[in-house]
Each structure stands twice: as structure tokens, then as C-alpha cells.
Design a protein around this ligand. Structure first.
Ligand SMILES: Nc1ncnc2c1ncn2[C@@H]1O[C@H](COP(=O)(O)OP(=O)(O)OP(=O)(O)O)[C@@H](O)[C@H]1O
Ligand SMILES: [Mg+2]
Length: 491
């Protein structure tokens, strides 16, 4: 029997918001964890990417907010700034009719603005670890009334050396609290660390044979380091993604790749941890709006980001571990939509692919790198499709005189061939600079937790970000009312 939102005994304010968000039925992780959340149980929730974990913790969390209490009652911790913002937006929508107030707090944003916003009595804070600690130390964040704490992407935060920060945050929250951990991946060692914070946690693992969703078709391609860029551009031309994310291993790689793609005529921009917060946000916004077709990113964009329209993910560099793979490819194929993931593998990296396949319990299909001829042919195909649809759908009267003039001079085939040539993106030889990356090696969890490589997030400075500390409180931002089915929405 499928569970409906009606079965979950939610207040009418929440039911109204859920319906406005277009959710028709709860996803499996929501059906299983919402009741536990409402009963104040500690929960470790593991479910595949894009299956609605945010609302799985967000719905009970907001249901339990007491609107008569002006204190902060719930805290969500997320590994990256972009994710903190996105989660607070989703919580704002869930709490829209209840009028609960959510405030995102993250590094790279003016701290004084955040302090002012904190004085306006938000009920829920969504923050990144470093900036939360900063406010705790300044005594500008009072957590004495918090009854619910969520660690979104818990395994990532513990992996990345945020454990001390998390412990420091938890020591400021009353012991009598509910603790919830969510992620698509929860390796055993990390789960054991996590359980230290919790009281008799229920492990909710949505039954799925594979760790990745079936709606993402997964491929790998054997590619030599020096051929990767050509293969990427050919794939982009052939597959013509609506929106694509290309993952590179390092910040330099991301910078060079986005420059190279731009030089070859693609609208691409990069995102990584060394860019200013304002730049990170504007790039992401342009990508969401479709002003950029290709987002080039380090793993900073791998976790949790929910951008509709991402149809293709390219692992230009093979990810270092299976968890990172799962999250990267999970940026497509979300909420029942379909997607494609292509992973480039250099000759010495095949064992990494095998290791990924063992963990995800899913084999990737081998795809042959397309040849130049195939890329050009598919471009021509695209041009002829455009011509066909123009012939069928547009009024061409105005153009026919010029066409006749040309036909008096040349034969029809020559004229058309010239038109197709103009519409076809021909091989572009503009010189690009890409520094070779050495082959990847598998990193063990032990290694990762000892090198605090993402501590960059916790920059304690109060650098002036362009974004205002703001509530998602009572602004009259209205979402569309279109129906969103959790399953199989665009098949
Ligand atoms: N019941 C539902 N019906 C339809 N759409 C839903 C439902 N629940 C959530 N969604 C939508 O599905 C998308 C993915 O949700 P969400 O970002 O919470 O996934 P996730 O499980 O946290 O993924 P990840 O592991 O990548 O963080 C969002 O756009 C969300 O609004
Ligand atoms: Mg998520």
C-alpha cells in the first residue's frame, strides 16, 4: 500500500505548502522517516540522490516548530554554502503557510548582516560548520532552545575533518534533543562515529539494490589524458545536453577547463572553493537560469545541489572514491527524471572504476569515445533537424525571393550545403591550455579524515559577500502550483 501525505497526520499549514510545492505523494525515504521525525526519534537516513531527503527531515522539523516560541528551535548543518542556501530555501517553502522563519548562515557573507538577521528571531538556522562556530564564539548564536539538529551530508562533514566543529556545535545544543543524519552514502566507519552523537538511532535505509538511481545511465570511456578535452567537446556536441556539469579534480583544472571551453565557443563557467562567495553564487544562478550551459566544478558542487535541467554529468577526472562518484552523478536524474553520466578513465585508473562498481553494485557501460567525423555528422544532423522544423513551423515568404535569386545562380544542393555549413559548428582549433593531471589513486577514509582539505569553508573572515542575510520568512514569494510527481515524471 502506498502511503499518502494525508496518512502522515500533518497540520493543514504543512499540507497546503506541500501541495503548493507540487508534491503528490511522499518519496520512500519521506514515508519512512517523517513519522519517526514526528516522534522525536534519532534517525540515520540513507537514500539515493535526488529522492527528497531534504523534505524527509524538513517536514517533521517544521511541523515541530512552536510559533509562540521566539527562540531558535532547529539547526541544520550542511557542508557547503550553496547547499546551506538551497536547504534553507526548501525549508522556507515547506514552512511557507506556517510562516516559520529560516535563516541561512554561511562563510563568505558579511557577518554583521548575519548578526542583525539573527536578532530577528529566526526559528530555524541552516549553516556551514565554520561560520556556525564563529557565531557561537561571538555569542551571537544561542542554541539553548534547539530541540532538533540535522546533519545533512553527515558522512561528508565527518570525512572532511569537520568532526571537531560538529562536536563543538553539538556541545552547545541541549542533550535532550533529536539528532538526524542524512546522506546518500554512509560508509560504516563514518556511521559509527556519527552514532556517538545519537541515542538509539533508527537506521532507515531505503531498500535499493544499487546505491545509484536507475534513471541515470552510467558510462565510462577509456581516454588518454591528452585526448580528454577533445572527447569532452565532441560529446557535448553530440549529446547536446540541456545543462551539463563537468567535474574536475583540482581548482586549477576547473579554471583551465572553463577557460578552454569558453575559447571553443561553449558558455561555461567554473565553481570551486577559492572563488569569492559572490562569484560562486552568481555562477550558480546563471547556470540555474540557463545562461551558462556547462558548469565546471570541483567536488564542492557534488553534494546535495538540486538543479533541475541537469541532463548530463561528465567526470572529466575520475572521482577519488565511490562516495564522491555517487554524489557527482546524482546531480542528474533527480526526482524521477532521467540523466546520463560519463566518466573518463585513463589507462592506469581502471581499478578505481572497478572499486566504484563494487561499492555502487552497478556496472557502468563502456562507451567508445566519438570520432571527429561522428561529431561533425551529428552537428549536421542537428542542423538538418533545425531546417526541417523551420520549414514546418515558420512563415518563410519573406525569404523566398532571396532563395530564388541564389537558385538562379547555383544548384539547389550547393545552396543548401552552404546553409548547413553555416549552421554547423565545425572543428574549432583554438589553442587551449590544460595542464596534465597525474592518474588518480583510491583514497581510503582514514586518509581523507586526516587531511582537512575542505576546511576552506570555515574561513573565519567576514569578507563582504554580495548577499544579504535574509529570512525566507514571510516574503510573498510564490512558487508555481504545477504538480511534481516523485516518480517517473519525464519518462
Ligand atoms: N514527494 C516529492 N514529490 C515530488 N518531488 C519531490 C518530492 N520530495 C522532494 N521532491 C523534489 O525532489 C528534488 C530532490 O530532492 P532533494 O534535494 O531533497 O534530494 P536528496 O535526496 O536530498 O538528494 P541528494 O542526495 O543529492 O542531496 C527537489 O527538487 C525536491 O523539491
Ligand atoms: Mg540532499
Amino acid at each position: 500500500m502506498t502511503i499518502t501525505f494525508q496518512d502522515l497526520n500533518l497540520s493543514s499549514a504543512l499540507m497546503q505548502s506541500i501541495s503548493k510545492m507540487g508534491f503528490e505523494e511522499p518519496s520512500p525515504i519521506q514515508a519512512q522517516t517523517i513519522p519517526l521525525g514526528l516522534q522525536n526519534k534519532d534517525v540515520i537516513g540513507q537514500a539515493q540522490t535526488g529522492t527528497g531527503k531534504t523534505a524527509a527531515f524538513g517536514i517533521p522539523l517544521i511541523e515541530k516548530i512552536d510559533m509562540k516560541n521566539e527562540n531558535i528551535q532547529a539547526l541544520v548543518v550542511a557542508p557547503t554554502r550553496e547547499l546551506a542556501i538551497q536547504v534553507s530555501e526548501e525549508l522556507y517553502k515547506i514552512g511557507y503557510h506556517k510562516r516559520s522563519r529560516v535563516l541561512p548562515i554561511y562563510g563568505g557573507q558579511d557577518i554583521n548582516r548575519q548578526i542583525r538577521a539573527l536578532k530577528k528571531n529566526p526559528h530555524i538556522i541552516v549553516g556551514t560548520p565554520g561560520r556556525l562556530i564563529d557565531h557561537i564564539n561571538r555569542k551571537t548564536l544561542k542554541l539553548g532552545s534547539v530541540h532538533t539538529i540535522v546533519l545533512d551530508e553527515a558522512d561528508e562533514m565527518l570525512n572532511m575533518g569537520f568532526i571537531e566543529d560538529i562536536e563543538a556545535i553539538l556541545s552547545n545544543v541541549p542533550k535532550e534533543r533529536q539528532t538526524l543524519l542524512f546522506s546518500a552514502t554512509m560508509p560504516d566507519p563514518i556511521r559509527r562515529i556519527a552514532e556517538k552523537f545519537m541515542v538509539n538511532p533508527e537506521l532507515v535505509k531505503v531498500k535499493a539494490k544499487e546505491m545509484t538511481v536507475p534513471n541515470i545511465t552510467q558510462y565510462y570511456l577509456d581516454v588518454h589524458e591528452k585526448k580528454k578535452f577533445d572527447v569532452l567537446t565532441r560529446l557535448l556536441d553530440i549529446q547536446s545536453p540541456e545543462l551539463a556539469i563537468v567535474f574536475g579534480r583540482t581548482k586549477r583544472r576547473v579554471d583551465e577547463l572553463s577557460e578552454a571551453l569558453t575559447l571553443r565557443g561553449y558558455t561555461a563557467e567554473g565553481i570551486h572553493g577559492d572563488l569569492t562567495q559572490a562569484k560562486r553564487m552568481s555562477t550558480l544562478r546563471k547556470f540555474k537560469e540557463g545562461a551558462i550551459e556547462v558548469l565546471v566544478a570541483t567536488d564542492v558542487a557534488a553534494r546535495g545541489l538540486d538543479i533541475s535541467g541537469v541532463t548530463h554529468v561528465y567526470n572529466f577526472d575520475v572521482p577519488q572514491d565511490p562516495e564522491s562518484y555517487v554524489h557527482r552523478i546524482g546531480r542528474t536524474g533527480r526526482a524521477g527524471k532521467t540523466g546520463m553520466a560519463m566518466t573518463f578513465v585513463t589507462p592506469r585508473e581502471m581499478d578505481i572504476v572497478k572499486n566504484i562498481e563494487r561499492t555502487t553494485k552497478k556496472k557502468m557501460d563502456r562507451m567508445k569515445p566519438p570520432t571527429l567525423d561522428e561529431a561533425i555528422e551529428s552537428q549536421q544532423q542537428l542542423a538538418s533537424e533545425k531546417l526541417r522544423s523551420t520549414i514546418e513551423n515558420e512563415n518563410l515568404e519573406f525569404y523566398k525571393r532571396t532563395a530564388e535569386n541564389l537558385l538562379e545562380e547555383f544548384d539547389a544542393q550547393t545552396v543548401l550545403a552552404a546553409a548547413i555549413k553555416l549552421m554547423t559548428k565545425e572543428p574549432n582549433t583554438a589553442n587551449v591550455k590544460l595542464t596534465d593531471e597525474p592518474p588518480a589513486f583510491s583514497k581510503s577514509h582514514k586518509n581523507r579524515s586526516s587531511n582537512n582539505r575542505r576546511r576552506g569553508d570555515s574561513q573565519r573572515s567576514s569578507g563582504g559577500g554580495a548577499n544579504k542575510g535574509r529570512f525566507y520568512g514571510q516574503k510573498s514569494k510564490s512558487g508555481g502550483n504545477s504538480k511534481r510527481r516523485y516518480s517517473n515524471s519525464n519518462k
